[in-house]
Design a protein. Structure first.
Lengths: 400, 343
């Protein structure tokens, strides 16, 4: 349908392509991007990297696949989201090579909406059709006692809820590469599974705050006047609320779960985005091309989100990367203070807090490794934001 | 100004803008009408209310900047000023389209030009993206852009000024409007490109049988193309006539000045005429005839300084707002000066 034209060089280079080329010119940006890509991969594939169940095992002559059988609903959802997200990236790069610029925007919207629908329905389907797995067998004991053979374990052969009081507080050694915590759970395993939580908190919270911020900011900035005046006072009221304490208060009233934290971070941190978008819209609505778009009788929705927003989206993109690191940081802080998602959930912040635990001993490996994970992730996102900001700034072009 | 054939009729339009310095009376009691398939030109210096008139017809004056105080804009008998916003959206682009003076700024910098044209077609004609794109390319060819298929895929900054204006024209005519408002369509273009664009507009007018409201400050381009001309000065129409009679025998001193200040072929090498003074300040207009401080007659005439003349029909089809528009009206001492340089 959409002509696959060979003369690709005849197309103008889209703004996205210009930004991308400028972005990858700096090796630091590439390093950050690769780091985040690895982190995402680890998060998606966590059960295959760290699991107490083996990939394959022979029990009484028959082959079993406990790891695959033992995957939980959440795992399937994450795989689905990861796979669809990866597919979206492939589509994105194919769009820029095969599609004409004028259909790219439409194509991207279509792909995004199809893909997010797939994720939503897929997750619903998973929850309806897949039962929680209750496989509590200790496969390592089976192998040790000789009842099973030919077992292939994951690189980190521990479950993130698997505890072993006999091996608690072990510093890093050959068995536990990054040591164990105060209930004997493997730190590396919990770090790997914790990356899921940190990243999903980052993405979901920022997704919520960006959408609210963009819509609110767009209307305030475009209409200006009284709408803007009262709207901005409202935004300032929301800003005046100390977010961290609001979250803690909310968590005290509502059952603590991860989604609650994500949503609360999202609905309290949109004010920055709203102000950025409002400023852009205030500036852009006076531009001639906006008046020209209006003079063509285009619906307001198109004028706002197709004509003005793409010209003023850059601060939101940059803010989003900083927002992700901020959300990860808030989640870690909440978990550190014990307001996180409960001790069974492997959260980096919660692991960090167990480093200064009850015994009074300073367990350096429990502080260092989760701390390092938080630090590097936040750093990578911040650097990414910085790189993106520079790449999006046309004034810096001459220097690059 | 015949009754039945009228497409657009503006009656007593009055527009104010609000600025920090005070109320700007941008348009005052302006009336004119355009017949089907005709071209009306509005001529005047910067800041005389031409663009404000055009924007009020399209209802594009931002509410926080200005307001239409009085008047009616009858388009095919329908008062545009009384329509709801959704009804007006249907009119804009579809029935009435406008071309702004700076094409470079009027095109969205982050969309390809083809897509921008296609979007307008999609909105008003309910076409799918592929059909709309094909039509956009077709339109680009029609406004004289070579290799339209390639050009459509380019971004506005990759095109020259003339080509950008052609894209704007393509976008404006994309839904076959009955009225095209061209607000200084040739400002900032080379002289040769200017005449190309105007020829294009003229050709499209015939082809699509649309009416054109041409807004310009350049009297010389009006003479050949427009059917009728309205001269605006300080928010009012001061003279209205068919272009032939207006350019050869202007009646209002301001029109005379405008025409004299144009260089002509075969002109002897003396200094080009300039109208003394500068445009009246729309926040603080002079009393009486607004042109009197710059007028050869009015500066010394008591009637001009105290009472503002209204637009009256002095000959069939000739309207002028000047106490001394006809020779018989003029004080004797003014005749000598007034006629010497005249057309």
């Amino acid at each position: 349908m959409k002509r696959l034209v060979e003369q690709g060089s005849d197309w103008g280079i889209s703004f996205g392509q210009i930004v991308w080329r400028r972005f990858v010119k700096s090796w630091l940006n590439v390093v950050c991007l690769v780091f985040i890509a690895i982190l995402l991969l680890v998060a998606v594939l966590a059960p295959f990297l760290a699991n107490d169940k083996p990939y394959v095992i022979r029990i009484a002559g028959r082959l079993h696949f406990p790891l695959f059988a033992g995957l939980q609903r959440g795992d399937y959802c994450v795989f689905l989201a990861g796979f669809v997200g990866f597919w979206q990236l492939i589509q994105l790069s194919r769009n820029s090579r095969r599609l004409e610029p004028f259909v790219r925007g439409d194509a991207l919207w279509r792909q995004l909406s199809i893909n997010s629908t797939i994720i939503l329905f897929g997750c619903a389907l998973v929850f309806v059709s897949i039962r929680p797995s209750l496989d509590g067998k200790d496969y390592k004991a089976l192998v040790a006692s000789g009842k099973a053979s030919d077992a292939i374990f994951t690189p980190v052969p521990y479950g993130y809820t698997q505890t072993d009081i006999r091996s608690c507080h072990q510093p890093p050694n050959r068995e536990h590469w990054l040591g164990t915590d105060d209930v004997g759970a493997d730190v590396l395993c919990r770090l790997i599974h914790g990356s899921r939580i940190s990243l999903s908190v980052g993405f979901v919270a920022v997704g919520i705050s960006s959408i609210i911020g963009v819509v609110v900011g767009a209307f305030l900035g475009y209409f200006g006047g009284k709408v803007d005046f009262f709207g901005m006072r409202l935004v300032e009221m929301v800003m005046a609320i100390p977010m961290f304490f609001l979250i803690i208060t909310m968590l005290a009233f509502f059952p603590r779960n991860l989604f609650g934290i994500m949503i609360i971070i999202g609905v309290t941190s949109w004010t920055g985005n709203a102000r950025l978008v409002r400023a852009e819209f205030l500036k852009l609505r006076k531009q001639d091309f906006v008046q020209a778009a209006l003079s063509l009788g285009l619906p307001l929705r198109n004028v706002l989100f197709r004509h003005i927003l793409p010209n003023g989206i850059t601060p939101v993109l940059v803010n989003a990367t900083f927002g992700i690191s901020g959300a990860i940081f808030i989640e870690a802080a909440l978990s550190f203070l014990g307001f996180g998602a409960g001790p069974a959930t492997p959260s980096w912040g919660q692991m960090l807090s167990s480093g200064v635990s009850t015994t009074g001993r300073f367990l350096w490996w429990l502080t260092l490794f989760p701390g390092l994970a938080i630090f590097l992730t936040v750093l990578a996102y911040n650097m990414l934001g910085q790189g993106l900001r520079d790449a999006l700034d046309p004034r810096l072009e001459k220097r690059v | 100004m015949s009754g039945k054939n009228v497409l657009l009729s503006v009656q007593g339009l009055t527009v104010n803008f609000f600025s920090a310095k005070g109320i700007v009376r941008a348009v005052q009691d302006v009336s004119f009408s355009i017949a089907k398939g005709r071209m009306l030109a509005i001529v005047g210096e910067s800041g005389c209310g031409k663009t404000a008139t055009a924007l009020s017809i399209m209802r594009l004056i931002p509410a926080d900047q200005g307001k239409v105080l009085a008047g009616r804009v009858l388009f095919q008998g329908l008062d545009l000023l009384s329509l709801s916003e959704p009804q007006m959206r249907h009119i804009r682009g579809n029935e009435v389209a406008i071309i702004f003076q700076e094409a470079a700024a009027s095109l969205n910098p982050v969309q390809t030009v083809g897509r921008q044209i296609a979007e307008c077609i999609q909105t008003h004609k309910n076409k799918n993206p592929d059909e709309a794109w094909a039509e956009a390319v077709e339109l680009l060819t029609r406004v004289g852009i070579a290799e339209a298929e390639q050009r459509a895929r380019q971004y506005p900054h990759e095109l020259s000024g003339g080509m950008q204006q052609r894209v704007m024209i393509a976008m404006a005519i994309s839904c076959g409007p009955k009225l095209l408002i061209a607000d200084e369509p040739t400002t900032g273009l080379d002289t040769t490109v200017q005449s190309e664009i105007l020829d294009l507009l003229d050709g499209l007018r015939a082809q699509y049988a649309m009416s054109v409201l041409l807004i310009t400050h350049d009297v010389s381009i009006v003479a050949e193309r427009a059917d009728e001309v309205a001269v605006m000065y300080a928010s009012r129409i001061v003279e209205f006539a068919d272009s032939q009679r207006l350019t050869t025998k202007p009646l209002h001193p301001y029109t005379q000045g405008l025409i004299q200040s144009q260089p002509r072929l075969g002109m002897s090498a003396r200094r080009l005429y300039t109208i003394p003074g500068s445009v009246a300040d729309p926040i603080d207009f002079p009393a009486g005839c607004k042109f009197h401080p710059r007028c050869r007659i009015g500066c010394s005439d008591n009637r001009c300084r105290t009472t503002e003349p209204i637009l009256r029909e002095v000959k069939p089809g000739r309207f002028v707002a000047c106490w001394y528009a006809l020779e018989k009206d003029k004080p004797t001492r003014a005749i000598n000066i007034g006629i010497k340089h005249g057309g």
